[in-house]
Design a protein around this ligand. Structure first.
Ligand code: TRP
Length: 445
């Protein structure tokens, strides 16, 4: 079978958020930024990458840090080659529809679901272990973190969400919340899936543990060469002497090298390890390899950081592009939950339409006085309007037809008129609302 042309394959929507907290490091680059930039070049993908600055507020109250970190992360992604023409690159807080959607989702998210979120539970467990109140020091932002994240994802109908393992539970919660909303209000959301790329290594830090700010073992992406060199020379190694064969397995130095080297370069390094390369020499090679990879980006990064207005403009363009999707979608969702204009009552009745057979109806009949009458009755057969007497069934029918068109005028006295002539009166206990509702239901049926 011939291969499908690209246009026939469904476009995958990929979305991920980057929390701006701190300066990006090589682990962020190799683990998230580089693969994301590569994925964004695929013709089958629409990529949404955004700075999750609302999320950053949960863990920091330092405004300068939030701003600085947002600038640095944005500059890093741009320096890494993200093509903002192709992708949706924006700042979460530029999309007011996101906090609004968060509320709609909050109202269908079970509290019990959120109680089970790992990050929240970890705080509670720690408090309990310390003999504190379970919720000591826990803000509602931390508790609501998964709902805000669900809004990020569901707003753009993302299929695939590349994240670290620690985020898988959040994607599952987004699915749960989306499914519940869809069940209640109709199929509005796409159920997202976490995408964990097994081939993307988690980079070790200076001490061999996972590179992470919380371990204070990171190598910043764009450290100046002298600092980069100093950090690389501080990577922990074993005490094998020059000339002694070295293990590649479990070597932080080797893993870092592999993350930046080609397959051939990696094999050459493996051979050098087996051949007893001195650690100092291996570190020098690692420094040269990493520096070669980051130098062009570092230059771009520095130029960008020096022009924050340029980054700001890019983010605003990105937000505009994203809102072109978010604004109409939120309007649809608002309507779905009943946040509607008040002059669309007919539509409201459609949604509230009783089961089949329970519609109101006009019933025509003849009385003993020889005249022709009708009644408007509700779904249970209880009268809403009793007509006056007509000369002929045809005249009664014409009045019914016009009332169905909404032409009837109801007076405060309960009299129903057409062209100023009374054609009926409200039945006892009925008001104008029940009449108008019945007419709207019939019009919609
Ligand atoms: N919680 C993610 C993290 O800490 C960041 C994030 C926020 C995110 N919203 C998102 C990731 C939506 C994926 C999709 O890494």
């Amino acid at each position: 079978m011939p291969a499908q042309p690209p246009s026939a394959r469904p476009v995958q929507r990929i979305l991920t958020g980057i929390k701006p907290s701190g300066t990006p490091h090589l682990g962020n680059y190799a683990g998230a930024i580089r693969p994301a930039v590569e994925a964004s070049r695929s013709v089958d993908a629409e990529s949404f990458y955004f700075l999750a600055d609302y999320h950053a507020l949960i863990s920091t109250t330092d405004p300068v840090r939030v701003q600085r970190s947002t600038l640095e992360i944005a500059a890093t992604w741009l320096a890494a080659g993200l093509d903002t023409e192709r992708v949706w690159f924006y700042r979460q807080s530029d999309i007011p529809e996101i906090p609004e959607l968060t509320w709609l989702l909050t109202c269908v998210a079970g509290k019990g679901l959120l109680n089970r979120a790992h990050a929240y539970k970890a705080s509670v467990d720690k408090n309990l272990a310390d003999g504190e109140d379970p919720d000591a020091g826990v803000n509602m932002g931390l508790f609501m973190y998964p709902v805000l994240m669900a809004a990020d994802i569901l707003m753009f109908k993302a299929h695939s969400v590349p994240v670290g393992r620690d985020q898988i539970q959040h994607i599952e919660m987004a699915r749960d919340i989306a499914a519940r909303f869809n069940h209640l209000y109709g199929e509005h959301f796409v159920l997202p899936e976490a995408a964990i790329d097994e081939s993307v290594a988690t980079l070790p830090g200076l001490d061999g543990r996972k590179m992470s700010k919380s371990y204070d073992n990171v190598i910043p992406c764009f450290a100046p060469p002298a600092e980069l060199k100093k950090l690389i020379f501080s990577i922990v190694t074993d005490s094998r002497l020059p000339g002694e064969p070295k293990e590649t397995e479990g070597s932080a130095l080797f893993q870092l090298y592999q993350a930046f080297a080609s397959a051939e370069e990696t094999e050459a390094m493996r051979a050098a390890f087996a051949g007893g390369i001195a650690w100092g020499e291996a570190k020098q090679l690692l420094f040269e390899r990493v520096d070669r990879a980051v130098a062009p980006m570092r230059e771009k990064y520095e130029a960008l950081i020096a022009q924050p207005a340029l980054i700001e403009a890019r983010l605003r363009e990105g937000a505009e592009k994203a809102r072109a999707i978010a604004t109409p979608f939120l309007a649809e969702l608002r309507h779905a939950v009943g946040l509607r204009r008040l002059d669309t009552a007919a539509e409201a009745r459609v949604a509230a339409k009783p089961k089949a057979g329970a519609l109101p109806q006009f019933k025509q009949y003849r009385e003993a006085d020889g005249r022709f009458y009708f009644k408007l009755v509700d779904g249970h057969g209880h009268p809403i309007v009793q007509s006056a007497g007509f000369e002929s069934p045809k005249l009664a029918g014409q009045s019914i037809a016009r009332l169905k068109q909404g032409e009837g005028e109801l007076l405060a006295s309960g009299e129903l008129q057409l062209d100023g002539a009374t054609v009926g009166t409200l039945a006892e206990g009925r008001d104008g609302d029940s009449y108008r509702a019945a007419i709207a239901e019939l019009a919609a049926a």
